[in-house]
Design a protein around this ligand. Sequence first.
Ligand code: HPA
Length: 240
Amino acid sequence: MSPVHVRAEPGDFAENVLMPGDPRRAKYIAENFFEEAKLVTEERGMLGYTGTYKGNPVSVQTTGMGCPSAAIITEELVRLGAKNLLRVGTCGGYHPEMELGDLVIATAATAQDGTVSSITQGIPYAPAAHFDLVHAAYHAAQRIAPDHTRYVGPIVSSDLFYDPEEDPQELWNSLGVLAVEMEAAVIFTLAAMHGVKAGCLLTVSDTIAAAGVERIEDSSLKNAVDSMMELALETLDALN
Ligand code: HPA
């Protein structure tokens, strides 16, 4: 039976799935990076497509914003047969040397959110990316984008884009956390619970410092995201 939100049937999705937050980015990925892309779900505007990359099946599915939405999508993708989930998104950079457009390969995601603690019933838990995806992403980045500045390490998944904390960079940077986004922790958690693999690649779209927040320009964001998509597809391809 088709899941409630990702309205599709088993077989409509590939085992390898890219997971952007934004439906327009899902469409852009399918139309520009897949061969023979086909729309497989559009329920609630959460667009999902399946096609091929270098001849191998691959899908892209919108998660929406925040862990509650990403949790629904992740659960349903796993029910539909997905095995390798790769979030592709943007983040706010906390590392003081980070520049707009830099790449982050997340190894772990602190769950500063309500969804993961609802799932774990509050027990201490460390959502982690699957080693195979971190390994594949790291080596693909070395191979195809050696000059693109990249950071590999922990991030935090927050419920808040507009954080009232006075100096979140000081707090998270002092803990070695590279960047903030809003979905990875629950994707990692649910993947681990269901015995599938998850990873996360991020483009730094904002740098967050006590002096203020800087936001990337649209054209630079497009170039950085294009390069991240190629890396994401090569990462999933390495798992075939
Ligand atoms: N906060 C949370 N998520 C984000 C940010 C941010 O500053 N930038 C991009 N995703």
